[in-house]
Design a protein around this ligand. Structure first.
Ligand SMILES: N[C@@H](CCC(=O)N[C@@H](CS)C(=O)NCC(=O)O)C(=O)O
Length: 338
């Protein structure tokens, strides 16, 4: 039953992807608003603040794209999606892009017919347990009840991990992070497993974060990034190069503080091409010359976005790790602006 519902949703996703496959850039311009799919709420990544304004590391990608295309980072309709509803929302055209800690996998690309436009966070799946459980490794979790979000890669990795270690578990299926948090804190499951970044973000909101530990095992690769529908390369390029602009800005030393000075022209031709004082990169994208300037002005560079929303000085407290620039030993490597 469960499987046929899932397959039905996927067939629908495939059909709808064909129906809404081109012209997204023109649609967004005509509408004057970007419809961006995000989570229903994960502090640091995407959640409304006290004034009801969406903010976070994934939200920043939506806002940067809106700034690049429409010149206005507030011209975004944020559409909350769960692990289960996110792909139908994108395939049907309800949203123009999805920026929701979504893992780039073979089947989401090839079978569901989406295009990942890059990686904004290199992650992996972890486990969180209450300290009093006295467990120090995921391999000691034989027989545990595990809170797990349905429709996610993490649901599948969990099954693989327990099977390959010859141990058993009882899943407690949940739909949203809020529900997972509630169930976990109520003791309905011994363990919560999801992307390690999601665990850190969730733990940061607990009354007593110190009473919970993240186990040492990272059991998968979860490259998280924005995605669009297959078949609309022009729109895919806009999202891809906006993300690359944020990443390159950090590499090139462009920050919120020096952006306007650098936009007037520098000794570095690549900075000039990126910020539009030289060349015609904006025109090639169907945007104006200052598209990247506007994206960076609205959010800061990638490093600034990371530091502000999820970095070590925030409650989420994530280190750059794999998400450092390639020049600093990390994996962030944007292709050249030329
Ligand atoms: N990266 C995995 C898991 C994504 C996922 O659903 N993460 C959860 C837990 S961090 C989440 O974003 N929850 C937020 C919500 O429920 O709104 C995937 O793409 O399948």
């Amino acid at each position: 039953m469960k499987k046929s519902v899932l397959l039905g949703a996927m067939a629908f996703a495939g059909l709808a992807a064909g129906a809404a496959s081109a012209g997204t850039l023109d649609d967004v311009k005509a509408r004057g608003k970007l419809n961006c799919g995000v989570t229903v709420g994960l502090v640091g990544f995407a959640a409304p603040n006290a004034n009801g304004e969406w903010e976070g590391f994934d939200v920043a990608v939506c806002r940067a794209v809106a700034a690049a295309v429409l010149g206005d980072s507030t011209a975004v309709e944020f559409v909350p999606t769960t692990g289960k509803t996110r792909f139908t929302a994108l395939a049907s055209g309800e949203i123009d892009m999805l920026a929701r800690n979504t893992t780039w996998t073979f089947s989401r690309d090839v079978d569901l017919k989406f295009e990942f436009t890059g990686v904004n966070y290199y992650d992996g799946q972890g486990f969180m347990v209450p300290k009093d459980l006295g467990v120090s490794s995921a391999k000691e979790l034989d027989g545990a009840t595990v809170c797990i979000q349905t429709g996610t890669t993490t649901e599948l990795n969990l099954a693989d991990f327990f099977r390959s270690n010859n141990i058993s578990y009882e899943p407690v299926p949940i739909e949203t992070n809020a529900e997972a948090q509630q169930q976990y804190l109520a003791g309905a499951c011994d363990v919560y497993t999801t992307d390690a970044s999601g665990l850190a973000a969730t733990r940061a909101t607990f009354d007593d974060p110190g009473a919970h530990v993240l186990l040492p095992e990272i059991i998968s690769k979860e490259p998280l990034g924005p995605l669009v529908r297959h078949g609309d390369n022009e729109w895919g390029d806009v999202v891809r190069w906006t993300l690359n602009a944020l990443v390159s800005a950090e590499e090139l030393g462009i920050t919120s503080a020096n952006l306007s000075e650098m936009s007037a022209g520098t000794e570095n031709p690549e900075i000039n091409r990126l910020l539009g004082s030289e060349g015609t990169l904006g025109e090639m994208l169907g945007l104006d010359a200052t598209w990247a300037q506007k994206a960076i002005a609205s959010q800061g560079n990638y490093g600034e976005i990371f530091a502000k929303n999820i970095g070590e000085d925030t409650p989420v407290g994530l280190a750059r790790g794999l998400n450092a620039q390639w020049t600093e030993g990390g994996l962030l490597y944007a292709p050249p602006f030329r």
